[in-house]
Design a protein around this ligand. Structure first.
Ligand code: ZN
Length: 276
């Protein structure tokens, strides 16, 4: 994770008044940086600048950043044929993506879930059976999310840190449960190519590429052949436009915090039909 440059967070008023303190800090931190010990943004230890405090979980449609980086995200797998084909394409192109998997599919195809993680991708929670979470009782809501995180952890050794609600269906109750009870970021999207309507690979590619913005989160589904077919050209076009690729967690770690970090909630969109 890239730390904030210490120079950028020095309060201007302290540059002269706190010269003595600064020289002390420079000694303690082992650097000549003009650090102020009372800076609200960083703290200083014997090892130097401490990392940021942990983020509070939040909901995102995209991530605030000026660098041309996007997150490719694929929902509803693992699929026994299409997900391995997609993984081949991502590996050939050196691109890491995020997979919002369904718990019962992970249980059925554990080897594919393990391959997702082994090849450097992020695996995240998309519920156990793909219901609209807003329609569930508190007990069922909890089990849909908890059981999915558990099977992902049992199979891959990784515990998800974020989730995407099926169909994008979210309300205050579901959001509060995800953020506070489960400690998961809620990840929506900034580009929806409506690939579940199967408009053809070229249309999916054009919609994803045209919609991309720095910090964008691109939604797709690795259960539709046309989506998989669209991926090589999408990556090629985005690279030609100067874009790089990150997982969702990497994107969150890179976010620029000078502006509001969380985006307003997305409207509950139609993310697609129930899986398979
Ligand atoms: Zn879905």
């Amino acid at each position: 994770m890239k730390l904030l440059s210490p120079v950028l967070v020095v309060p201007a008023l302290c540059v002269a008044a706190c010269a003595q303190e600064r020289s002390d800090v420079a000694l303690r931190s082992g650097s000549s940086s003009a650090l102020h010990p009372h800076s609200p943004s960083i703290s200083v230890t014997s090892e130097g600048v401490a990392p940021r405090p942990p983020r509070v979980p939040a909901q995102y449609n995209s991530v605030n950043m000026s660098r041309p980086i996007v997150a490719l995200t694929f929902d509803d797998g693992p699929h026994p044929e299409l997900t391995p084909r997609l993984l081949d394409i991502l590996r050939q192109n050196g691109v890491r993506a995020t997979f919002y998997v369904i718990g019962r599919n992970v249980e059925t195809y554990p080897d594919i879930a393990r391959r997702i993680v082994a090849e450097g991708h992020e695996i995240a929670n998309h519920s156990w059976s793909h219901p609209a979470l807003t329609s569930l009782s508190a007990g069922r809501l909890n089990s849909e999310i908890a059981n999915t995180s558990e099977v992902i952890q049992r199979v891959t050794g990784r515990r998800p840190t974020n989730m995407r609600p099926p169909y994008g269906a979210i309300n205050d109750r579901v959001r509060a449960s995800m953020l506070r009870e489960h400690g998961l970021d809620v990840i929506m999207w900034s580009v929806d190519p409506l690939d579940w309507k199967r408009p053809g690979a070229e249309v999916v590619r054009r919609r994803l590429v045209d919609g991309a913005t720095p910090g964008g989160i691109l939604l797709a589904h690795d259960i539709h052949p046309g989506t998989i077919e669209a991926v090589p050209g999408t990556i090629q076009d985005l690279k030609a436009k100067g874009y790089g690729f990150a997982t969702v967690s990497q994107l969150l770690a890179l976010q620029e915090r000078s502006v509001a970090q969380a985006q307003p909630p997305a409207a509950a969109g139609d993310e697609g039909p129930a899986v398979q």
